[in-house]
Ligand binder design. Structure first.
Ligand code: SGN
Ligand code: CA
Length: 530
Protein backbone atom coordinates (compact mmCIF):
# COMPACT_ATOMS: atom_id res chain seq x y z
CA UNK A 1 0.00 0.00 0.00
CA UNK A 2 1.66 3.20 -1.20
CA UNK A 3 -1.15 5.54 -0.12
CA UNK A 4 1.03 7.64 2.15
CA UNK A 5 3.02 9.02 -0.77
CA UNK A 6 0.37 11.72 -1.09
CA UNK A 7 2.20 15.00 -0.76
CA UNK A 8 -0.15 16.68 1.73
CA UNK A 9 0.15 13.99 4.35
CA UNK A 10 3.94 14.12 4.18
CA UNK A 11 3.94 17.91 4.67
CA UNK A 12 1.81 17.76 7.80
CA UNK A 13 3.82 15.04 9.47
CA UNK A 14 7.15 16.59 8.63
CA UNK A 15 6.25 20.03 9.98
CA UNK A 16 4.95 18.43 13.15
CA UNK A 17 8.21 16.59 13.73
CA UNK A 18 10.41 19.61 13.11
CA UNK A 19 8.81 21.93 15.63
CA UNK A 20 8.63 19.38 18.44
CA UNK A 21 12.22 18.27 17.96
CA UNK A 22 13.48 21.85 17.90
CA UNK A 23 11.92 22.67 21.21
CA UNK A 24 13.25 19.41 22.66
CA UNK A 25 16.85 20.37 21.96
CA UNK A 26 16.41 24.09 22.53
CA UNK A 27 15.54 23.29 26.14
CA UNK A 28 19.00 21.79 26.70
CA UNK A 29 21.57 23.91 28.55
CA UNK A 30 24.81 24.04 26.62
CA UNK A 31 24.37 25.00 22.97
CA UNK A 32 25.43 22.09 20.80
CA UNK A 33 28.30 22.28 18.35
CA UNK A 34 28.43 20.64 14.94
CA UNK A 35 31.43 19.02 13.28
CA UNK A 36 30.48 17.94 9.80
CA UNK A 37 33.14 15.82 8.11
CA UNK A 38 32.51 15.05 4.47
CA UNK A 39 34.87 13.22 2.18
CA UNK A 40 34.66 12.94 -1.59
CA UNK A 41 33.68 9.71 -3.36
CA UNK A 42 34.09 7.56 -0.25
CA UNK A 43 32.07 4.41 -0.89
CA UNK A 44 30.26 2.84 2.06
CA UNK A 45 31.89 -0.43 0.93
CA UNK A 46 35.15 1.09 2.22
CA UNK A 47 33.80 1.97 5.67
CA UNK A 48 34.21 -1.04 7.93
CA UNK A 49 31.13 -0.04 9.95
CA UNK A 50 29.24 -0.95 6.77
CA UNK A 51 31.36 -3.56 5.08
CA UNK A 52 34.28 -5.51 6.48
CA UNK A 53 35.52 -7.05 3.23
CA UNK A 54 38.02 -4.41 2.19
CA UNK A 55 39.51 -2.02 4.78
CA UNK A 56 39.33 -1.18 8.42
CA UNK A 57 38.25 2.34 9.37
CA UNK A 58 38.35 2.26 13.19
CA UNK A 59 37.98 6.00 13.67
CA UNK A 60 34.90 6.35 11.48
CA UNK A 61 33.45 3.23 13.06
CA UNK A 62 34.02 4.73 16.53
CA UNK A 63 31.72 7.63 15.64
CA UNK A 64 28.93 5.14 14.98
CA UNK A 65 29.69 3.28 18.21
CA UNK A 66 28.92 6.40 20.25
CA UNK A 67 25.93 7.19 18.12
CA UNK A 68 24.31 5.78 15.05
CA UNK A 69 24.87 4.26 11.67
CA UNK A 70 22.30 5.11 8.99
CA UNK A 71 21.67 1.98 6.96
CA UNK A 72 19.47 3.72 4.38
CA UNK A 73 21.36 6.91 3.62
CA UNK A 74 21.10 8.43 0.13
CA UNK A 75 21.96 11.50 -1.91
CA UNK A 76 19.59 13.42 -4.16
CA UNK A 77 22.03 13.78 -7.08
CA UNK A 78 25.19 11.67 -7.07
CA UNK A 79 27.75 14.30 -8.08
CA UNK A 80 29.98 16.62 -6.06
CA UNK A 81 28.83 20.21 -6.66
CA UNK A 82 25.13 19.30 -6.68
CA UNK A 83 25.47 17.13 -3.58
CA UNK A 84 27.17 19.95 -1.66
CA UNK A 85 24.48 22.39 -2.79
CA UNK A 86 21.78 19.99 -1.48
CA UNK A 87 23.63 19.76 1.82
CA UNK A 88 23.98 23.55 2.24
CA UNK A 89 20.44 24.46 1.18
CA UNK A 90 18.33 21.48 2.27
CA UNK A 91 16.79 21.54 -1.20
CA UNK A 92 16.80 19.34 -4.27
CA UNK A 93 18.98 20.42 -7.20
CA UNK A 94 16.20 22.00 -9.30
CA UNK A 95 15.38 24.29 -6.35
CA UNK A 96 18.93 25.31 -5.38
CA UNK A 97 19.97 25.67 -9.03
CA UNK A 98 23.14 23.55 -8.87
CA UNK A 99 22.04 20.69 -11.10
CA UNK A 100 25.48 19.64 -12.35
CA UNK A 101 29.22 20.30 -11.96
CA UNK A 102 29.49 22.54 -15.01
CA UNK A 103 30.26 26.19 -14.45
CA UNK A 104 27.40 27.10 -16.78
CA UNK A 105 25.18 25.97 -13.92
CA UNK A 106 26.66 28.14 -11.21
CA UNK A 107 25.61 27.92 -7.61
CA UNK A 108 24.10 31.21 -6.54
CA UNK A 109 25.95 31.93 -3.29
CA UNK A 110 23.45 34.67 -2.40
CA UNK A 111 20.70 32.16 -1.65
CA UNK A 112 19.63 30.96 1.80
CA UNK A 113 21.96 28.33 3.25
CA UNK A 114 22.14 26.48 6.55
CA UNK A 115 25.58 27.92 7.56
CA UNK A 116 24.24 31.47 6.99
CA UNK A 117 21.29 30.77 9.27
CA UNK A 118 23.49 29.18 11.94
CA UNK A 119 25.81 32.17 11.83
CA UNK A 120 22.95 34.66 12.04
CA UNK A 121 21.84 32.81 15.17
CA UNK A 122 25.11 33.12 17.03
CA UNK A 123 27.12 30.17 15.73
CA UNK A 124 30.72 30.53 14.71
CA UNK A 125 31.11 28.83 11.36
CA UNK A 126 34.09 27.57 9.36
CA UNK A 127 34.62 25.74 6.10
CA UNK A 128 37.87 23.94 5.31
CA UNK A 129 38.63 22.00 2.12
CA UNK A 130 36.66 21.22 -1.02
CA UNK A 131 33.42 23.05 -1.74
CA UNK A 132 33.27 22.67 -5.52
CA UNK A 133 30.80 25.51 -5.97
CA UNK A 134 31.49 28.68 -7.93
CA UNK A 135 32.03 32.04 -6.28
CA UNK A 136 32.96 33.18 -2.83
CA UNK A 137 31.54 31.07 0.00
CA UNK A 138 29.11 32.88 2.26
CA UNK A 139 27.99 32.20 5.79
CA UNK A 140 31.40 31.33 7.21
CA UNK A 141 33.41 33.32 9.75
CA UNK A 142 36.45 31.53 8.40
CA UNK A 143 37.03 29.63 5.20
CA UNK A 144 40.08 28.11 3.61
CA UNK A 145 39.12 26.32 0.47
CA UNK A 146 40.63 24.06 -2.16
CA UNK A 147 39.83 25.66 -5.52
CA UNK A 148 37.74 23.38 -7.77
CA UNK A 149 38.67 19.74 -7.27
CA UNK A 150 41.83 20.62 -5.35
CA UNK A 151 45.09 18.67 -5.43
CA UNK A 152 46.38 15.85 -3.24
CA UNK A 153 49.99 17.04 -3.09
CA UNK A 154 51.19 20.52 -2.22
CA UNK A 155 47.71 21.92 -2.87
CA UNK A 156 46.62 25.52 -3.34
CA UNK A 157 44.08 26.92 -0.90
CA UNK A 158 42.12 30.16 -1.26
CA UNK A 159 41.22 32.22 1.77
CA UNK A 160 40.22 35.83 2.46
CA UNK A 161 42.99 38.15 3.64
CA UNK A 162 42.62 41.10 6.00
CA UNK A 163 42.76 43.64 3.16
CA UNK A 164 39.37 42.60 1.78
CA UNK A 165 40.96 40.43 -0.92
CA UNK A 166 41.55 36.75 -1.43
CA UNK A 167 44.91 34.99 -1.11
CA UNK A 168 45.88 31.87 -2.99
CA UNK A 169 48.48 30.01 -0.96
CA UNK A 170 50.29 26.79 -1.74
CA UNK A 171 50.60 24.45 1.23
CA UNK A 172 53.30 21.85 1.54
CA UNK A 173 52.38 18.21 2.00
CA UNK A 174 49.40 15.90 1.62
CA UNK A 175 45.91 17.31 1.43
CA UNK A 176 44.15 15.14 4.04
CA UNK A 177 46.77 16.04 6.64
CA UNK A 178 46.58 19.72 5.72
CA UNK A 179 42.77 19.89 5.90
CA UNK A 180 42.93 18.25 9.33
CA UNK A 181 45.71 20.56 10.57
CA UNK A 182 43.69 23.59 9.46
CA UNK A 183 40.58 22.25 11.16
CA UNK A 184 42.36 21.70 14.46
CA UNK A 185 44.03 25.07 14.16
CA UNK A 186 40.68 26.76 13.67
CA UNK A 187 39.17 24.94 16.64
CA UNK A 188 42.13 26.06 18.74
CA UNK A 189 41.80 29.73 17.76
CA UNK A 190 38.01 30.04 17.50
CA UNK A 191 35.94 32.33 19.69
CA UNK A 192 35.34 29.91 22.54
CA UNK A 193 32.38 31.87 23.90
CA UNK A 194 30.21 30.81 20.95
CA UNK A 195 28.86 27.47 19.77
CA UNK A 196 30.40 26.44 16.48
CA UNK A 197 29.73 24.59 13.27
CA UNK A 198 32.86 23.32 11.54
CA UNK A 199 32.64 21.91 8.02
CA UNK A 200 35.63 19.69 7.23
CA UNK A 201 35.47 18.84 3.52
CA UNK A 202 38.16 16.39 2.46
CA UNK A 203 39.38 15.97 -1.07
CA UNK A 204 40.09 12.30 -0.45
CA UNK A 205 39.09 9.85 -1.89
CA UNK A 206 38.46 11.49 -5.28
CA UNK A 207 40.02 10.27 -8.51
CA UNK A 208 42.90 9.87 -9.05
CA UNK A 209 43.67 7.95 -5.89
CA UNK A 210 46.93 9.45 -4.66
CA UNK A 211 48.14 7.97 -1.36
CA UNK A 212 50.08 9.83 1.29
CA UNK A 213 53.75 8.77 1.06
CA UNK A 214 53.46 7.06 4.47
CA UNK A 215 50.71 4.79 3.10
CA UNK A 216 52.11 4.06 -0.36
CA UNK A 217 53.30 0.56 0.48
CA UNK A 218 50.22 -0.58 2.39
CA UNK A 219 47.76 -3.15 0.96
CA UNK A 220 50.28 -4.32 -1.64
CA UNK A 221 49.93 -7.92 -0.47
CA UNK A 222 46.16 -7.82 -0.25
CA UNK A 223 44.05 -9.42 -2.96
CA UNK A 224 40.59 -7.89 -3.00
CA UNK A 225 37.65 -10.18 -3.78
CA UNK A 226 36.01 -9.47 -7.15
CA UNK A 227 32.46 -8.14 -6.79
CA UNK A 228 29.79 -10.57 -7.99
CA UNK A 229 28.79 -8.21 -10.79
CA UNK A 230 32.28 -7.35 -12.04
CA UNK A 231 31.60 -9.03 -15.41
CA UNK A 232 28.20 -7.42 -15.96
CA UNK A 233 26.78 -7.71 -19.50
CA UNK A 234 24.43 -4.71 -18.97
CA UNK A 235 21.56 -6.65 -20.57
CA UNK A 236 18.25 -4.76 -20.52
CA UNK A 237 19.97 -1.61 -19.17
CA UNK A 238 20.74 0.80 -22.01
CA UNK A 239 22.19 3.62 -19.89
CA UNK A 240 24.47 1.20 -18.04
CA UNK A 241 25.71 -0.19 -21.34
CA UNK A 242 26.42 3.32 -22.69
CA UNK A 243 28.19 4.62 -19.57
CA UNK A 244 31.94 5.19 -19.86
CA UNK A 245 33.18 4.20 -16.43
CA UNK A 246 34.36 0.66 -16.90
CA UNK A 247 37.53 -0.31 -15.08
CA UNK A 248 38.43 -2.58 -17.95
CA UNK A 249 37.96 -0.13 -20.80
CA UNK A 250 37.86 3.41 -19.38
CA UNK A 251 40.33 3.41 -16.52
CA UNK A 252 43.64 4.82 -17.76
CA UNK A 253 46.79 2.88 -16.86
CA UNK A 254 48.97 5.97 -16.60
CA UNK A 255 46.50 8.51 -15.26
CA UNK A 256 44.42 6.40 -12.90
CA UNK A 257 46.96 3.75 -12.00
CA UNK A 258 50.32 5.59 -12.19
CA UNK A 259 51.90 3.19 -14.71
CA UNK A 260 54.05 5.81 -16.42
CA UNK A 261 57.39 3.99 -16.52
CA UNK A 262 57.93 2.39 -19.97
CA UNK A 263 54.34 3.20 -21.01
CA UNK A 264 54.12 2.43 -24.76
CA UNK A 265 51.75 5.35 -25.24
CA UNK A 266 50.50 8.13 -23.01
CA UNK A 267 46.98 9.44 -23.59
CA UNK A 268 45.78 12.99 -22.99
CA UNK A 269 44.57 11.87 -19.58
CA UNK A 270 47.89 10.14 -18.99
CA UNK A 271 49.66 13.46 -19.54
CA UNK A 272 47.53 14.95 -16.74
CA UNK A 273 49.39 12.55 -14.52
CA UNK A 274 52.91 12.79 -15.90
CA UNK A 275 52.81 16.57 -16.44
CA UNK A 276 50.36 17.54 -13.71
CA UNK A 277 49.58 15.36 -10.70
CA UNK A 278 53.02 13.74 -10.59
CA UNK A 279 54.85 17.02 -11.22
CA UNK A 280 53.17 18.64 -8.21
CA UNK A 281 55.05 16.29 -5.91
CA UNK A 282 58.41 17.22 -4.45
CA UNK A 283 61.35 15.02 -5.55
CA UNK A 284 61.41 13.12 -2.27
CA UNK A 285 57.66 12.44 -2.63
CA UNK A 286 58.10 11.32 -6.23
CA UNK A 287 60.89 9.00 -5.15
CA UNK A 288 58.59 7.16 -2.73
CA UNK A 289 55.98 6.76 -5.47
CA UNK A 290 58.53 5.70 -8.10
CA UNK A 291 59.91 2.99 -5.86
CA UNK A 292 56.59 1.19 -5.78
CA UNK A 293 54.95 2.07 -9.08
CA UNK A 294 57.85 2.00 -11.55
CA UNK A 295 58.77 -1.68 -11.12
CA UNK A 296 55.06 -2.53 -11.30
CA UNK A 297 54.77 -0.63 -14.57
CA UNK A 298 57.85 -2.23 -16.08
CA UNK A 299 56.53 -5.63 -15.19
CA UNK A 300 53.03 -4.86 -16.49
CA UNK A 301 54.22 -3.70 -19.91
CA UNK A 302 56.54 -6.70 -20.20
CA UNK A 303 53.72 -9.14 -19.51
CA UNK A 304 51.33 -7.45 -21.95
CA UNK A 305 48.20 -8.64 -20.14
CA UNK A 306 44.92 -8.83 -22.08
CA UNK A 307 41.23 -9.43 -21.46
CA UNK A 308 40.14 -10.63 -18.05
CA UNK A 309 43.69 -10.78 -16.77
CA UNK A 310 44.21 -7.09 -17.49
CA UNK A 311 40.75 -6.18 -16.12
CA UNK A 312 41.46 -7.91 -12.84
CA UNK A 313 44.95 -6.51 -12.63
CA UNK A 314 43.51 -2.99 -12.99
CA UNK A 315 40.85 -3.76 -10.41
CA UNK A 316 43.46 -4.84 -7.84
CA UNK A 317 45.55 -1.72 -8.44
CA UNK A 318 42.49 0.52 -8.13
CA UNK A 319 41.37 -1.14 -4.89
CA UNK A 320 44.83 -0.97 -3.34
CA UNK A 321 45.36 2.71 -4.07
CA UNK A 322 41.86 3.58 -2.94
CA UNK A 323 42.41 1.67 0.32
CA UNK A 324 45.59 3.67 0.99
CA UNK A 325 43.75 6.95 0.54
CA UNK A 326 40.98 5.79 2.90
CA UNK A 327 43.49 4.73 5.54
CA UNK A 328 44.90 8.26 5.63
CA UNK A 329 41.40 9.70 5.80
CA UNK A 330 40.45 7.50 8.73
CA UNK A 331 43.70 8.27 10.57
CA UNK A 332 43.09 12.00 10.18
CA UNK A 333 39.53 11.68 11.45
CA UNK A 334 41.09 10.02 14.48
CA UNK A 335 43.40 13.03 14.92
CA UNK A 336 40.48 15.44 14.84
CA UNK A 337 38.56 13.27 17.32
CA UNK A 338 41.56 13.25 19.61
CA UNK A 339 41.50 17.06 19.70
CA UNK A 340 37.78 17.16 20.44
CA UNK A 341 38.23 14.63 23.21
CA UNK A 342 41.20 16.40 24.79
CA UNK A 343 39.26 19.65 24.82
CA UNK A 344 36.20 18.09 26.36
CA UNK A 345 33.98 18.80 23.39
CA UNK A 346 32.51 15.36 22.78
CA UNK A 347 29.48 15.65 25.07
CA UNK A 348 28.11 18.76 23.43
CA UNK A 349 29.05 18.21 19.79
CA UNK A 350 27.29 16.36 17.01
CA UNK A 351 29.94 14.77 14.79
CA UNK A 352 28.83 13.68 11.36
CA UNK A 353 30.77 11.61 8.87
CA UNK A 354 29.55 11.25 5.32
CA UNK A 355 30.66 11.42 1.70
CA UNK A 356 29.31 13.59 -1.12
CA UNK A 357 28.02 10.37 -2.70
CA UNK A 358 28.64 6.67 -3.07
CA UNK A 359 31.17 5.15 -5.45
CA UNK A 360 31.61 2.02 -7.55
CA UNK A 361 34.34 -0.32 -6.38
CA UNK A 362 34.19 -2.65 -9.36
CA UNK A 363 30.50 -3.48 -9.05
CA UNK A 364 29.05 -3.71 -12.58
CA UNK A 365 32.68 -3.45 -13.71
CA UNK A 366 32.67 0.25 -12.81
CA UNK A 367 34.37 3.12 -11.01
CA UNK A 368 32.66 6.56 -10.55
CA UNK A 369 29.04 7.19 -9.54
CA UNK A 370 26.19 9.36 -11.01
CA UNK A 371 23.59 6.59 -11.35
CA UNK A 372 20.46 6.29 -9.24
CA UNK A 373 21.41 2.65 -8.72
CA UNK A 374 22.07 1.96 -5.05
CA UNK A 375 25.87 1.81 -5.08
CA UNK A 376 26.11 5.46 -6.08
CA UNK A 377 22.84 6.82 -4.66
CA UNK A 378 23.78 5.51 -1.23
CA UNK A 379 26.35 7.35 0.85
CA UNK A 380 27.91 6.42 4.18
CA UNK A 381 26.42 8.35 7.11
CA UNK A 382 27.36 7.89 10.74
CA UNK A 383 26.89 10.31 13.62
CA UNK A 384 28.48 10.52 17.03
CA UNK A 385 25.72 11.97 19.17
CA UNK A 386 25.94 14.56 21.94
CA UNK A 387 24.37 14.04 25.38
CA UNK A 388 20.62 14.20 25.12
CA UNK A 389 20.46 12.30 21.84
CA UNK A 390 20.56 8.77 23.15
CA UNK A 391 19.74 6.64 20.16
CA UNK A 392 22.37 3.91 19.55
CA UNK A 393 22.76 1.36 16.78
CA UNK A 394 21.16 1.58 13.36
CA UNK A 395 18.76 4.14 11.99
CA UNK A 396 16.88 2.24 9.30
CA UNK A 397 14.61 4.98 7.96
CA UNK A 398 15.48 6.34 4.51
CA UNK A 399 17.34 9.64 4.82
CA UNK A 400 18.83 11.94 2.20
CA UNK A 401 21.47 14.66 2.07
CA UNK A 402 18.75 17.37 1.84
CA UNK A 403 18.04 16.45 5.49
CA UNK A 404 21.37 17.66 6.92
CA UNK A 405 20.50 21.38 6.84
CA UNK A 406 17.17 20.97 8.67
CA UNK A 407 18.83 18.59 11.15
CA UNK A 408 21.61 21.03 12.06
CA UNK A 409 19.21 23.97 12.41
CA UNK A 410 16.90 21.86 14.55
CA UNK A 411 19.85 20.82 16.73
CA UNK A 412 20.69 24.49 17.21
CA UNK A 413 17.11 25.18 18.26
CA UNK A 414 16.45 27.27 15.15
CA UNK A 415 13.16 27.05 13.28
CA UNK A 416 13.63 25.28 9.95
CA UNK A 417 12.58 27.53 7.06
CA UNK A 418 9.46 26.24 5.29
CA UNK A 419 11.12 26.20 1.89
CA UNK A 420 13.77 23.66 2.93
CA UNK A 421 12.73 20.34 1.42
CA UNK A 422 14.62 17.99 3.69
CA UNK A 423 13.45 17.02 7.16
CA UNK A 424 15.16 17.13 10.52
CA UNK A 425 16.55 13.75 11.54
CA UNK A 426 16.51 14.57 15.26
CA UNK A 427 13.32 12.58 15.91
CA UNK A 428 15.27 9.50 14.77
CA UNK A 429 18.11 10.25 17.19
CA UNK A 430 16.33 10.93 20.47
CA UNK A 431 16.31 7.43 21.95
CA UNK A 432 15.85 3.77 21.09
CA UNK A 433 12.05 3.83 21.23
CA UNK A 434 10.30 3.23 17.92
CA UNK A 435 9.72 6.47 16.04
CA UNK A 436 6.09 7.36 15.48
CA UNK A 437 4.77 9.52 12.67
CA UNK A 438 7.72 9.02 10.33
CA UNK A 439 5.81 8.80 7.10
CA UNK A 440 8.49 9.34 4.55
CA UNK A 441 8.56 6.17 2.55
CA UNK A 442 9.98 7.31 -0.75
CA UNK A 443 12.88 9.40 -2.03
CA UNK A 444 13.28 11.52 -5.13
CA UNK A 445 16.50 11.50 -7.16
CA UNK A 446 17.61 13.47 -10.25
CA UNK A 447 20.91 13.43 -12.16
CA UNK A 448 21.46 16.06 -14.88
CA UNK A 449 25.07 16.00 -16.15
CA UNK A 450 24.69 14.68 -19.68
CA UNK A 451 26.18 15.13 -22.21
CA UNK A 452 29.09 14.86 -19.83
CA UNK A 453 32.08 12.94 -18.58
CA UNK A 454 31.41 9.17 -18.20
CA UNK A 455 28.32 9.48 -20.42
CA UNK A 456 25.65 8.69 -17.86
CA UNK A 457 22.32 9.70 -19.34
CA UNK A 458 20.06 12.11 -17.43
CA UNK A 459 17.55 10.40 -15.21
CA UNK A 460 15.20 10.85 -12.30
CA UNK A 461 13.17 8.46 -10.24
CA UNK A 462 11.62 7.25 -7.06
CA UNK A 463 13.12 4.86 -4.52
CA UNK A 464 10.97 3.17 -1.92
CA UNK A 465 12.16 0.65 0.64
CA UNK A 466 11.75 -2.21 -1.81
CA UNK A 467 11.42 -0.78 -5.31
CA UNK A 468 12.86 1.68 -7.71
CA UNK A 469 11.49 3.33 -10.85
CA UNK A 470 13.84 5.36 -13.05
CA UNK A 471 13.21 7.47 -16.15
CA UNK A 472 16.25 7.94 -18.41
CA UNK A 473 15.90 10.66 -21.03
CA UNK A 474 17.69 13.12 -23.30
CA UNK A 475 20.83 13.17 -25.39
CA UNK A 476 23.99 11.35 -24.45
CA UNK A 477 27.54 12.44 -25.25
CA UNK A 478 27.25 11.02 -28.77
CA UNK A 479 24.15 13.15 -29.38
CA UNK A 480 21.77 10.17 -29.36
CA UNK A 481 18.38 10.88 -27.88
CA UNK A 482 16.86 7.98 -25.97
CA UNK A 483 13.94 7.75 -23.59
CA UNK A 484 13.27 4.67 -21.49
CA UNK A 485 12.23 3.44 -18.05
CA UNK A 486 13.74 0.95 -15.64
CA UNK A 487 12.21 -0.68 -12.61
CA UNK A 488 13.80 -2.89 -9.95
CA UNK A 489 12.60 -5.14 -7.20
CA UNK A 490 15.30 -4.45 -4.63
CA UNK A 491 14.33 -7.39 -2.41
CA UNK A 492 14.78 -9.99 -5.13
CA UNK A 493 17.40 -8.12 -7.11
CA UNK A 494 19.52 -5.89 -4.84
CA UNK A 495 22.18 -5.57 -7.54
CA UNK A 496 19.63 -4.03 -9.93
CA UNK A 497 20.49 -6.28 -12.85
CA UNK A 498 17.00 -7.32 -13.85
CA UNK A 499 14.94 -4.49 -15.33
CA UNK A 500 11.31 -5.44 -14.71
CA UNK A 501 9.72 -2.43 -16.37
CA UNK A 502 6.74 -3.57 -18.47
CA UNK A 503 6.86 -7.13 -17.08
CA UNK A 504 3.17 -8.09 -16.91
CA UNK A 505 3.38 -9.61 -13.43
CA UNK A 506 4.50 -6.24 -12.07
CA UNK A 507 1.93 -4.04 -13.80
CA UNK A 508 0.09 -3.05 -10.62
CA UNK A 509 3.36 -2.13 -8.88
CA UNK A 510 4.48 -0.21 -11.96
CA UNK A 511 1.31 1.87 -11.96
CA UNK A 512 1.70 2.57 -8.24
CA UNK A 513 5.33 3.59 -8.64
CA UNK A 514 4.41 5.94 -11.49
CA UNK A 515 1.78 7.50 -9.25
CA UNK A 516 4.31 7.77 -6.43
CA UNK A 517 6.88 9.42 -8.68
CA UNK A 518 4.29 11.91 -9.97
CA UNK A 519 3.33 12.84 -6.44
CA UNK A 520 6.98 13.25 -5.41
CA UNK A 521 7.64 15.47 -8.45
CA UNK A 522 4.62 17.50 -7.41
CA UNK A 523 5.58 17.59 -3.74
CA UNK A 524 9.12 18.79 -4.48
CA UNK A 525 7.92 21.21 -7.19
CA UNK A 526 9.91 19.24 -9.75
CA UNK A 527 7.21 18.71 -12.37
CA UNK A 528 9.14 20.80 -14.88
CA UNK A 529 12.65 19.76 -13.89
CA UNK A 530 14.61 18.05 -16.69
C1 SGN B 1 36.43 14.65 -12.45
C2 SGN B 1 36.82 13.19 -12.71
C3 SGN B 1 35.60 12.34 -13.02
C4 SGN B 1 34.54 12.56 -11.98
C5 SGN B 1 34.22 14.04 -11.89
C6 SGN B 1 33.15 14.40 -10.91
N1 SGN B 1 37.73 13.11 -13.82
O1 SGN B 1 36.05 15.28 -13.62
O2 SGN B 1 36.00 11.00 -13.07
O3 SGN B 1 33.36 11.85 -12.30
O4 SGN B 1 35.41 14.72 -11.50
O5 SGN B 1 33.48 14.00 -9.61
S1 SGN B 1 39.26 13.53 -13.58
O6 SGN B 1 39.94 13.19 -14.82
O7 SGN B 1 39.34 14.94 -13.29
O8 SGN B 1 39.77 12.74 -12.47
S2 SGN B 1 32.90 14.83 -8.43
O9 SGN B 1 32.92 13.96 -7.26
O10 SGN B 1 33.76 15.98 -8.23
O11 SGN B 1 31.55 15.20 -8.79
CA1 CA C 1 32.41 13.32 -5.23
Amino acid sequence: NFGSWEGDKQVLTILGLVSSAASMVAQGHKPLNIVYIMSDDHSYQFVSAYDKRYVSTPNIDALAKHGVRFTESFVANSLSGPSRACMLTGKHSHMNGKTNNEHAHQFNQDQQTMPKILRANGYQTALIGKLHLEGIPQGFDYWNMLPGQGDYYNPLFVTPNNKGGIDTIQHRGYVTNIVTDMSIDWLEHRDKTKPFALFVHHKAAHRIWMPDTVDVNKYEDKTFPLPKTFYDDYKGRIAAEDAEMRINRDMDLVYDLKMQKNAPKISGLGRWYTQGVYKRMRPEEQAVMDKLYNPLAEDLYKRNLQGKELAEWKYQRYMRDYAKVITSLDRNIGRLMEYLKEHDLLDNTLIVYTSDQGFYMGENGWFDKRFMYDISMRTPLVMRLPKGLDKRGDVTQMVQNIDYAPTFLDLAGIKVPKDMQGVSLLPLLKNNKPVKNWNRNSLYYHFYECPGEHNVRRHYGIRTKNYKLIHFYGKDTKGENKDFWEMYDLRKDPEELNNIYNKPSYSKLQADLHKGLDSLRHYYKAENAY
